[in-house]
Design a protein around this ligand. Structure first.
Ligand code: ADP
Ligand code: MG
Length: 334
C-alpha cells in the first residue's frame, strides 16, 4: 500500500492541512452566522426605530391645537454625537436624543425633566437652532428650518431666546450691563439709539434690578442679579418664546425661588411661551403647563403637569417623583 511508504512527516503534513481546511470551514460558517445575526439585529433595530417614530408622531399629534401653529415643532428628531473614544473610522456614538416629537404652542410652558445626561440640553439646542438634528425635522412657526440657513438662524434668534444655567458664562465679563442689553438690539438693528436706550431701562425694571447696575460689570453683581441680567437680555428683542435650560441650578438655594417667580411673572405679563428645563421635577411642576419626562434620550412620559404629578404612568417618572428631595442637591444635573 502506498500509505506504508508515508513517513511520519507526511502524516503530520496531512493532519495539518486537514485541520486548516476544517478551521476554514468553521470560519466560513462563523462569518455566515455572524452576518445572519447582524441582519436579524439590524431588522429588529429598524422595527424598533419605526415603532419609536410612530410613538413620537402620535405624541406630537396629541399636542396639536386646532387652528394653532406651534412656535416650535420638533418632528421626530434624533441627535447622535460622535465621541472621541473609538477608532478614527469607527468612532463611538452617543444617541443623545432619540425620536423626540414636541410642539410648543403660543403662551404655554413645557417643562422638560430628567436626570443629567438624558438629552435635555441637546433638545434645547435643537429648539433654538444651535444644533442640527441628525434625523427628523424642525419647524419654526410652520416653516421648515431643519437646515438652519443664516437667515433662518437670525429669525429664530429674534423669536426664541435662551437663558442658560450659568449667567457668568452667558454674559461677557468685560461689557457693562448696559452694553450687554444693547447688544442684541444692535445686532438686529432694532429702532433708533434713543429707542434702544429706553428699552434698556424698561428691561432692567422688568427684571427687578435698579438702574444703577447698568454701569456695572457682571463680576460686580451677585449670581442672582447676573441671572436677572441674562433674563433681561433674553427679553430684549421681545421674543415669542424663552428656553430656560436649568436657569436656577447654578444659583444659591436662597435665590432660586426668586428667579423662578420672576420667570413666572414675566411669562404671564408678556404672554411668553417657555420651555423650562430642569433635573428637578418639583421645580418643573411649579412652572409648567405640560411636562415631558426624558430618560436616556427619549420622552418616557408626557402630559398635563397635574396629571403627570398626580398620576404618573411610567416607572421612571415615579422614580423621579420619589427621589425628588435628593435631586434638589445643587450639584446634580449640571
Ligand atoms: N457635543 C457633544 N459631543 C458628544 N457628546 C455630547 C455632546 N453634547 C452632549 N453629549 C452627550 O449627549 C448626552 C446628552 O447630553 P445633554 O443633552 O447635555 O444632557 P442633559 O442636558 O440632560 O444633561 C450625554 O451623554 C452627553 O455626554
Ligand atoms: Mg443640560
Amino acid at each position: 500500500m502506498a500509505n506504508e511508504n508515508l513517513n511520519v512527516k507526511d502524516l503530520e503534513g496531512i493532519a495539518a492541512s486537514d485541520s486548516e481546511r476544517i478551521a476554514d470551514e468553521i470560519a466560513i460558517e462563523d462569518t455566515e452566522q455572524v452576518a445572519e445575526a447582524e441582519a436579524v439585529r439590524a431588522e429588529a433595530e429598524a422595527a424598533e426605530d419605526a415603532a419609536a417614530s410612530a410613538r413620537a408622531r402620535e405624541a406630537a399629534d396629541d399636542e396639536t391645537v386646532e387652528g394653532v401653529t406651534p412656535i416650535i415643532f420638533l418632528d421626530d428628531i434624533s441627535v447622535t454625537f460622535k465621541t472621541r473614544t473609538g477608532s478614527l473610522f469607527n468612532p463611538n456614538r452617543v444617541k443623545a436624543v432619540q425620536h423626540l416629537s414636541l410642539k410648543l404652542n403660543p403662551g404655554e410652558t413645557i417643562g422638560i425633566v430628567g436626570e443629567s445626561g438624558c438629552g435635555k440640553s441637546t433638545t434645547a439646542n435643537v429648539m433654538c437652532g444651535l444644533q442640527q438634528p441628525t434625523e427628523g425635522r424642525v419647524f419654526f412657526k410652520g416653516e421648515d428650518v431643519t437646515k438652519r440657513s443664516a437667515a433662518q438662524r437670525k429669525l429664530i434668534g429674534r423669536v426664541i431666546s435662551v437663558v442658560f444655567q450659568d449667567p457668568a458664562t452667558a454674559l461677557n465679563a468685560r461689557m457693562s450691563i448696559r452694553e450687554q442689553l444693547l447688544d442684541p438690539m444692535n445686532v438686529h438693528a432694532v429702532g433708533s439709539s434713543a429707542d434702544r436706550e429706553k428699552r434698556v431701562h424698561e428691561l432692567i425694571g422688568m427684571v427687578g434690578l435698579p438702574e444703577s447696575v447698568l454701569d456695572a460689570l457682571p463680576g460686580q453683581l451677585s449670581g442672582g442679579q447676573r441671572q436677572r441680567v441674562a433674563i433681561a437680555r433674553a427679553l430684549s428683542l421681545s421674543p415669542d418664546a424663552i428656553i430656560a435650560d436649568e436657569p436656577t441650578s447654578a444659583l444659591d438655594v436662597s435665590v432660586r425661588a426668586q428667579i423662578l417667580n420672576l420667570l413666572m411673572d414675566l411669562k404671564h405679563e408678556l404672554g411668553l411661551s417657555m420651555v423650562f428645563i430642569s433635573h428637578d421635577i418639583q421645580t418643573v411642576r411649579y412652572i409648567s403647563d405640560r411636562i415631558v419626562v426624558m430618560n436616556k434620550g427619549t420622552a418616557v412620559e408626557r402630559g398635563r403637569a397635574k396629571d403627570v404629578f398626580e398620576n404618573p404612568q411610567d416607572d421612571y417618572t415615579k422614580l423621579l417623583l420619589g427621589a425628588a428631595p435628593s435631586l434638589l442637591h445643587p450639584d446634580l444635573g449640571k
